[in-house]
Design a binder for this molecule. Structure first.
Ligand code: UD1
Ligand code: MG
Length: 446
């Protein structure tokens, strides 16, 4: 039976104190709504729908960027979580499998938890709710359970004093049989303290129809909803500590785990060593046995087997390092292929380029890729030696086995095996150095 995923993301998120819609705030480099959308893979969803309202155009654009097949459903007035799900009725009219409802601001759910909910559906539950034991139940909906049946969800605003003492709370995640979801919602009324259509009301309605309603439990930390920037910081810390533990379990050495910052999609092979203070932006892949030294910053780049990067290196989008390449301190690489065993060891900028196999780029070399309006390409062949403090003014190419003398400003192509010297010739004037110094000292009265 195929699965659908509805993500509710129409709310305003006032407590973020931001012009940016809440679900577009980033966790581990990805908007919160992407984290929720990623759950589609865990439950093998055939269809993902995101319900948008506040900042809907922006949220829709971001959701589409993550998954072009996502369906955007508008909820122009926010009349409650039940009302939000009702907006998907047409899009899901013929859908008969389980439908998961998640909130766009709840990024830490684990695959196993959703799998457990799916199993409850497979075992006949019409409605399965993800619950947790709340340290401080406050404003959460309370789960009223009888034996193995969930009888009702009571919102805090509507709860009696007795019900408020219940600590088993609603995370907001539900899995509902698609053949009954919309007929249950049709019976929901706004007869409650908030005057809204609560999604949570479907539980009582389902029980009155004799349907099976279950609770699956998870740790409170998993259901953390982001409502404020403090919550976002707490969620980020939780994400990072999980990512570090799983990196260690996957055979990666972290010399100082707390100082490594992963992105939502960082992929690292076995036996990679990460020194302290490393920042991974989105889109980084690192192959087996690479060594990333301290204080390096990497985003949208690929590091192959056996590379050494850093300390203090910056790999910007489009940096592709071949096997065994070495990128040293204070080197920046952007949109460039550094082929096998090439070395760029000190104080260099390489942008919009190819650096061939085995080539050595001397200290302080600059690839001058930008003329103020356009970017241009530099192509360096195999086993080239580029002397220190050279400038390569793109577009330009240097053939295999060529040699560029130190301090050259290369504006013309260099054929293979040639030596290029592009700097003023040195002139030595015998004794003039001392004579000039003597004159200057005399003028100053020394
Ligand atoms: C909801 C649950 C509550 C649960 C809590 C967990 C209901 C009625 N209550 O309460 O039982 O304990 O979450 O955090 O479901 N949204 C829309 N459209 C709307 C209203 C909300 O898209 O009209 C979205 C919001 O953007 C948000 C999510 O639904 O992502 C939850 O809404 P929120 O107002 O935070 O619900 P709570 O009052 O926290
Ligand atoms: Mg909430």
């Amino acid at each position: 039976m195929s699965t659908a995923l509805i993500i509710l993301a129409a709310g305003q998120g006032t407590r973020m104190n931001s012009d940016t819609p809440k679900v577009l705030h980033k966790l581990a480099g990805a908007p919160l709504v992407w984290h929720a959308m990623s759950r589609a893979t865990d439950i093998d969803a055939k269809k993902t729908l995101v319900v948008v309202g506040h900042g809907g155009d922006q949220v829709a654009a971001s959701a589409k960027a993550f998954d072009p097949d996502v369906e955007i459903i508008w909820q122009t007035q926010q009349n409650g979580t039940g009302h939000a799900v009702l907006q998907t009725a047409d899009a899901l009219a013929d859908f008969t499998g389980p439908i998961f409802v998640l909130f766009g601001d709840t990024p830490l759910l684990q695959p196993d938890t959703l799998q457990n909910m799916r199993t409850a559906y497979d075992n006949g539950a019409a409605v399965t709710v993800l619950g947790f034991d709340a340290q401080n139940p406050g404003g959460y909906g309370r789960l009223i359970v009888n034996g193995d049946q969930l009888q009702q969800i009571v919102e805090a605003k509507d709860a009696t004093e007795d019900q408020k003492r219940v600590t088993l709370c609603n995370s907001g995640v539900m899995c509902v049989d698609g053949t009954v979801l919309f007929s249950l919602l049709a019976d929901v009324t706004s007869d409650n303290a908030a005057g809204e259509l609560y999604l949570t009301s479907i539980v009582g309605i389902a029980r009155n129809r004799g349907l099976d309603c279950r609770v699956i439990r998870c740790a409170e930390s998993e259901t953390l909803g982001v409502n404020s920037r403090q919550d976002l910081a707490i969620a980020e810390a939780a994400f990072q500590s999980r990512a570090r533990l799983s990196a260690l379990d996957n055979g990666i050495t972290l010399e100082a785990p707390d100082s490594v910052r992963f992105a939502f999609d960082t992929v690292i092979g076995r036996d990679v060593v990460l020194e302290p203070n490393i920042y991974f932006g989105p889109g980084v892949t690192i192959e087996t046995g690479a060594h990333i030294r301290a204080f390096s910053h990497l985003e949208s780049c690929h590091v192959s087997k056996g590379c050494v990067v850093g300390p203090y290196a910056r790999l910007r989008p489009g940096a592709e390092l071949g096997n065994g390449a070495k990128i040293g301190n204070f080197v920046e690489i952007k949109a460039a292929q550094i082929e096998e065993n090439a070395k760029v060891n000190h104080f260099t900028y390489v942008g919009d380029a190819r650096v061939g196999e085995g080539t050595n780029i001397g200290a302080g070399t600059i690839f001058c890729n930008y003329d103020g309006v356009n970017k241009h390409f530099t192509d360096i062949g195999k086993n080239v030696f580029i002397g220190s403090n050279s400038a390569l003014v793109a577009p330009v190419s240097v053939g295999d086995n060529a040699f560029i003398a130190t301090g050259s400003v290369i504006t013309e192509n260099v054929p293979a095996e040639d030596m290029a010297i592009a700097r003023a010739r040195q002139i030595n004037k015998p004794g003039l150095g001392k004579r000039v110094m003597d004159r200057l000292r005399a003028a100053k009265g020394k």
